[in-house]
Design a protein around this ligand. Structure first.
Ligand code: 2NL
Length: 366
């Protein structure tokens, strides 16, 4: 390539008339135009700006070498050509810049566009755990009979868990329940995880005179080794009704109503004598075996009956602990094992399934 003409003055280039000046500027414009054509990328306007309009760019050089030292008779034409060239170059670079930035912007827009036709994110809605569903079913039945739901703490003192329920120290009933004491600093009052929800019934009776009709749902804890029917934590709904006129007949009617509502109207109920420290008399409530409808099968061990839960008339000794007049009031109580009732109603042979949270199990009870 020939040497750069902008490094020389007009005199050095041998240019002395108007036509030669115009030709010289026309050549520069052609050079600019061909460079514009050769650039197409969106960012190329920046080097063009530097090369042509920058402090050491072509136009500065022309100003220094051609315009300033121009002989007086050529000054007007050089000045005019210079201004025209500068306007042309500025417009050219600005046009490149507009195209480049427009392209970058539309590329960014295309990249960031939200495609509203894409399928949405599916967030599965869970379902209530089967034990929770059973709680709610039991609560529904007793609420329909006028009972109120009461809940309370899982940590209790031995007084509320045992003594006030007529279970003194060294009573054999403690053997299956005397368990999970809290590790507290020496001198503290002992506390334990409740072994049944009855303590909350004692709290309620301390605060409220009869009539009392409550159920207490919740978690309870016992020293049991885990197997298909046992767990160190399980769920209970205990019930308590105390009034001035409650008979064994009302007790039996309530129990039968509950069983029929919970398992179906064809199910019959049988009361079998039993023992609990806090009820007298005490019973086990059996229901017709719903697998064989009483004919005898493997589930009911050929008896035709399935044991559902324990219950009884409240032992008058319990009233003594809560300042109730044992001569004036009477009542009944029961303790439902929610896990056991769920297992029976839904045919689940292993209670541990309730606690493993395997969705393949949970999804079967939507
Ligand atoms: C069971 C069945 C039962 C009670 C719980 C109770 C509560 C108070 C007074 C009298 Cl405050 N009784 N609860 C009564 C009978 C049975 O639970 O299998 N328990 C080991």
């Amino acid at each position: 390539m020939e040497s750069n003409p902008t490094e020389k003055t007009l005199a050095e280039l041998g240019i002395g008339d108007v036509g030669a000046v115009e030709q010289l500027f026309a050549d520069v414009r052609v050079r600019f135009d061909s460079q514009v054509k050769g650039h197409s990328g969106p960012l190329d306007w920046q080097p063009m700006q530097v090369t042509w309009l920058g402090r050491h760019g072509v136009l500065s050089a022309i100003s220094e070498k051609w315009l300033k030292p121009a002989p007086p008779h050529l000054r007007p034409i050089v000045g005019r050509c210079f201004n025209e060239l500068r306007t042309h170059v500025e417009h050219g670079v600005q046009a490149m810049r507009n195209v480049g930035e427009g392209a970058a912007e539309s590329a960014a827009l295309a990249r960031e566009r939200v495609d509203l036709s894409l399928p949405g994110v599916i967030r599965p809605i869970g379902s209530r755990h089967l034990v929770r569903q059973t709680f709610e079913e039991i609560e529904r039945i007793f609420l329909s009979l006028g009972f109120t739901v009461v809940e309370g703490p899982e940590i209790e003192t031995p007084y509320y868990n045992f003594e006030a329920l007529n279970i003194p120290e060294h009573h054999p009933a403690r053997d299956t329940m005397d368990t999970f004491y809290l590790d507290l600093p020496p001198g503290s009052q002992p506390h334990l995880l409740r072994t049944h929800t009855s303590p909350m019934q004692v709290h309620t009776m301390e605060k409220q005179q009869p009539p009392v009709r409550i159920i207490v749902p919740g978690k309870v804890y016992r020293r049991d080794n885990p197997d298909v029917t046992h767990s160190y934590m399980f769920h209970q709904v205990e019930g308590l009704a105390v009034d001035t006129d409650i008979t064994f007949c009302e007790f039996k009617g309530t129990v039968e109503y509950f069983v029929r509502e919970f398992l179906g109207s064809a199910i019959k109920t049988r009361l079998r004598p039993s023992y609990f420290p806090f009820t007298e008399p005490s019973v086990e409530v059996d229901a017709t075996c719903f697998v064989c409808m009483g004919r005898g099968c493997r589930l009911c061990k050929l008896s035709g009956w399935i044991e559902l839960f324990g219950a009884g008339m409240v032992d008058p000794a319990v009233y003594g602990f809560v300042n109730y007049d044992a001569k004036r009031v009477s009542g009944y109580a029961f303790g439902l094992g929610v896990d056991r009732l769920s297992q029976l109603k839904y045919g689940i042979d292993d209670v541990q399934l309730f606690f493993q949270n395997d969705v393949r199990f949970l999804r079967q009870f939507p």
